[in-house]
Design a protein. Structure first.
Length: 267
């Protein structure tokens, strides 16, 4: 799995650093989650909503990595935790992105500043482009070309009027993705653990992008699994980050106030 294999790389290469890292601060917002680690690194990920309306008393959890029991915990304990919840998955990605931020800034990866990976694609026409997730800007950009567009989504209402002609229920991904020349995948699939199934059905010749705040992690395993471009974020104002996240900010708010787009290229 993408996440498990990325964790193995981090633990193998940076075990000493991970042993001493502590979660110093965390804000779980409606749309985004931000963390600060004890080495003054910061990370962000999309918050996965918990659809549970109520919790039976016998199932209530007050243990590690529940409210009031996250700050001060060791990073390695979080990453190795076998506990399963949407919040823990979100925290893991945010923490991995925080760890990755310093690695990326001191690496030999090819990183293009202020670059959206979609701008690197040849969209002259005649291709089949599939977007996993209702990226409004991408939908509008590709719909304006002479390419065939599919948007795989769980919720048709995530697409506005005029876009619903491109909607395909997410459950049909095995039919749609193998026939696509270009596939653009939301980084949220890293958080909700759906990216592995998507990558399994992608044809070898397909150009694949993973993009969004959640995809700001070291790219090694993604590059080994058909990804050509990673659209990530580079945080520029980490104090502002927590304010934006706590006030219900979305990805586009990050780029307005406290982050810039970067593109990591698989050479």
């Amino acid at each position: 799995m993408i996440l498990d294999d990325t964790l193995k790389i981090l633990k193998n290469r940076y075990s000493k650093q991970l042993e001493n890292l502590i979660i110093k601060n965390v804000v779980v917002g409606i749309h985004l989650t931000a963390v600060k680690l004890s080495d003054n690194s910061f990370g962000v990920a999309s918050t996965v909503d918990d659809t549970e309306v109520f919790c039976l008393k016998k199932d209530r959890d007050y243990g590690d990595f529940t409210p009031s029991k996250i700050k001060g915990k060791k990073v390695i304990d979080l990453l190795e935790s076998s506990k399963q919840s949407n919040i823990i998955n979100t925290l893991k990605i945010a923490v991995i992105n925080a760890i990755s931020s310093k690695i990326l800034s001191n690496s030999n990866y090819k990183i293009l500043q202020n670059t959206d990976p979609v701008d690197l694609l040849n969209l002259d026409g005649g291709k089949t482009v599939t977007i996993v997730g209702a990226f409004q800007s991408y939908i509008n950009k590709i719909a304006a070309t002479n390419n065939k567009l599919h948007v795989l989504e769980l919720n048709e209402n995530a697409l506005v009027e005029g876009q619903k002609q491109y909607y395909v229920p997410a459950i049909e991904f095995k039919r749609i993705i193998p026939k696509s020349n270009i596939v653009i995948i939301t980084g949220l699939t890293l958080v909700n653990n759906t990216i592995d199934g998507l990558l399994e059905v992608i044809s070898p010749e397909t150009e694949v992008i993973v993009t969004g705040p959640s995809s700001s992690l070291i790219p090694d395993i993604l590059f080994e699994n058909k990804i050509k471009y990673i659209g990530a974020v580079q945080l520029t104002d980490c104090d502002k980050l927590f304010e934006v996240v706590s006030e219900g900010g979305k990805g586009y708010h990050l780029f307005k106030y406290c982050a810039q787009k970067i593109c990591i290229v698989n050479e």
